[in-house]
Write a protein that binds this ligand. Structure first.
Ligand code: ADA
Length: 561
């Protein structure tokens, strides 16, 4: 299963995680590849990043994966591939079934299976940086673009009619009023029984039919006895939908998120968000994350007293979100982007792919109670007039996909941003004490920002999140000067930041420290030369999750502050 729990108990599902056949094709163009001609001469782990293994470390180019899947009943099938980096072409039994641009999301390819007892799946992935093919992955981004099929996949038998999607929203937390939206698809050839059960109790039974065009069924109900979901009590309830011989199961956390004045509230209670930016990268696994790594990360976040993660700078793995649902960690989930320019934000090609990435992110994460904020366009050119239409379009798109969560974007232009009025929450990335000025000026710099924003019509009175702030600390590096790059300097800087944000009456309702763990970064020279070890070293733990001095300092600030 890709998710933490079985989404399907009736629908036949094959988990595609495991070892696949593999061949590295290097510089070839995808048009030259015919799946039947490929000589698979190696093996690769799914999930995983082939270019994080020693044999292919740092290589860029085309790489093909192959596996065989059982066909238990002929007919419509769905192949779900999660985390295709960062361009992909897929074939089933030698027939093309689709291309996809962009990593970090789940992608569904629907197809007819054929009559044989097995189908052969070939997935071509391309980790080259190529704006024309994958415009959401560019050479200058401050993380390393690993390749591969990084989060796993599933093979599902759909039959002739199936539940295509299920969306559940809390309309009113006090009344425990929920709305379920189901999309039925396929051709049921007449009415079939449709039912919904909440915690085993039937809440809907009727007949439904579908004939080609998808059909939406909306049902509202009150789960008056059910506990609310919150970080202190992350209560999850089981919702089961059945249509004919198909089913879809979801976990439901009953909670609302609202913005009231300077606060983001959960179930009407103002939140104080304390946590980190978290990348999904590891020197040995690339963008692939073994379960134990996810557990380790959560243990450390919990140990430091965090209640918040900003998923920087792309949609987080659904398994991580599932764990956050269970542990009560609040998440800002964001669309893939890093310092996009006005040229990107006025380019139809970029905007189309960015919209699709947001659509996939919301489809994956909308039912997760842990996700309380949608983010997009990290540090893009929101200070440039020409960018505004791109911000408007993508934010409109996000709101149309989900109107139940506030929208934000992290800006590094606190004094000249032109788009803050478009956001529900104002989020600022700033690096006083690191890129500019000494540590002692940090409080003054942060107050300058909040005072300025509170005088701007587009920002004043809104919740403010300090969405990035931090310092580089080379693991193990200490000296008597305690200068930049020492663990000690980083610890002192973060102590000052946390102390400032925690002070009573402080204006920042949220803090996401940059960053949780060190991550490998771009090989682009202009950036890489400011990144010793080719890592972004601002983690409070290193890439193997070993603590730096700052770890204990943040822990003290978050647990005692
Ligand atoms: C930016 C950016 C981060 C990281 C950080 C840094 O704020 O959003 O991804 O690059 O700077 O380390 O400088």
């Amino acid at each position: 299963m890709i998710r933490r729990f079985p989404e399907h108990r009736l629908r036949p599902v094959t988990d595609l995680r495991g070892v696949w056949d593999f061949v590295f094709l290097g510089d070839a163009g995808p048009e030259a590849v015919a799946p039947g001609d490929l000589a698979f001469d190696d093996l690769a782990a799914v999930p995983g990043s082939w270019d994080a293994t020693p044999r292919y470390a740092g290589r860029r180019g085309l790489a093909a994966y192959r596996t065989r899947v059982p066909v238990s009943r002929p007919g419509r099938h769905r192949l779900i591939l999660d985390g295709l980096h960062h361009w992909a072409r897929v074939w089933a039994n030698g027939q093309p079934v689709g291309d996809h641009a962009g990593g970090f999301t789940r992608v569904a390819f629907d197809m007819e299976s054929g009559d044989a007892a097995e189908a052969e799946i070939v997935v071509l992935t391309d980790n080259r940086i190529d704006y024309d093919r994958a415009p959401t992955h560019l050479h200058y981004f401050d993380w390393y673009h690993f390749g591969g099929l990084t989060r796993g996949g599933e093979w599902q038998a759909l039959g002739d009619a199936w539940i295509d999607s299920l969306r559940v929203d809390t309309l009113d937390h006090e009344a425990r009023r929920l709305r379920v939206r189901l999309t039925l698809a396929g051709d049921s050839g007449g009415p079939r029984p449709l039912s919904l059960r909440f915690q085993g109790q039937e809440i809907l039974r009727r007949d439904a039919e579908v004939a080609g065009e998808p059909v939406e069924v909306v049902h509202e109900f009150e789960a008056s006895e059910a506990d609310l979901w919150s970080p202190a009590n992350p209560a999850l309830h089981h919702l089961e939908a059945r249509f004919g011989d198909d089913d879809l199961n979801e976990r439901v956390g009953i909670r609302t998120v609202s913005v009231k004045g300077r606060d983001i509230s959960l179930n009407g209670e103002p939140l104080r968000l304390r946590g980190f930016n978290r990348h999904e990268g590891h020197p040995q696994f690339g963008h692939g994350q073994p379960d134990q790594l996810l557990i380790t990360d959560l243990q450390l976040l919990e140990d430091m007293g965090c209640n918040f993660v900003r998923g920087s700078h792309y949609p987080q793995d659904v398994r991580f979100l599932d764990l956050c649902d269970e542990r009560g960690i609040l998440v800002w989930n964001e669309g893939t982007a890093w310092q996009q320019t006005a040229a990107h934000l006025t380019d139809e090609h970029y905007l189309t792919v960015a919209e699709r990435n947001l659509t996939e992110m919301v489809a994956d994460a909308a039912n997760r109670p842990c996700v309380i904020l949608w983010g997009l366009l990290n540090e893009s050119e929101s200070q440039v007039a020409a960018s505004r239409s791109g911000y408007e379009r993508l934010i409109r798109h996000l709101r149309a996909l989900d109107a139940t969560r506030p929208v934000t974007f992290a800006t590094n232009h606190p004094f000249d941003d032109r788009c803050l009025d478009l956001a529900d929450v104002v989020s600022i990335n700033t690096y006083p004490g690191w890129y500019t000025g000494p540590i002692k000026e940090i409080p003054e710099r942060l107050i300058e920002i909040t005072d300025y924003l509170d005088a701007q019509p587009g920002a004043q009175g809104k919740p403010f999140i300090l969405s990035e702030i931090g310092a580089g600390g080379i693991p193990g590096w200490r000296d008597w000067n305690q200068g930049r790059w020492t663990e000690t300097y980083q610890a002192r800087l973060l102590e000052t930041v946390v102390g400032h944000v925690n002070r009573p009456g402080g204006r920042w309702m949220g803090l996401a420290i940059w960053q949780f763990c060190d991550v490998r970064t771009t090989e682009w020279t202009a950036k890489a030369l400011g990144r010793p070890r080719a890592f972004n070293n601002k983690g409070v733990v290193d890439e193997y999750r070993r603590p730096k001095e700052a770890y204990a300092v943040v822990r003290k600030g978050f647990t005692e502050g």
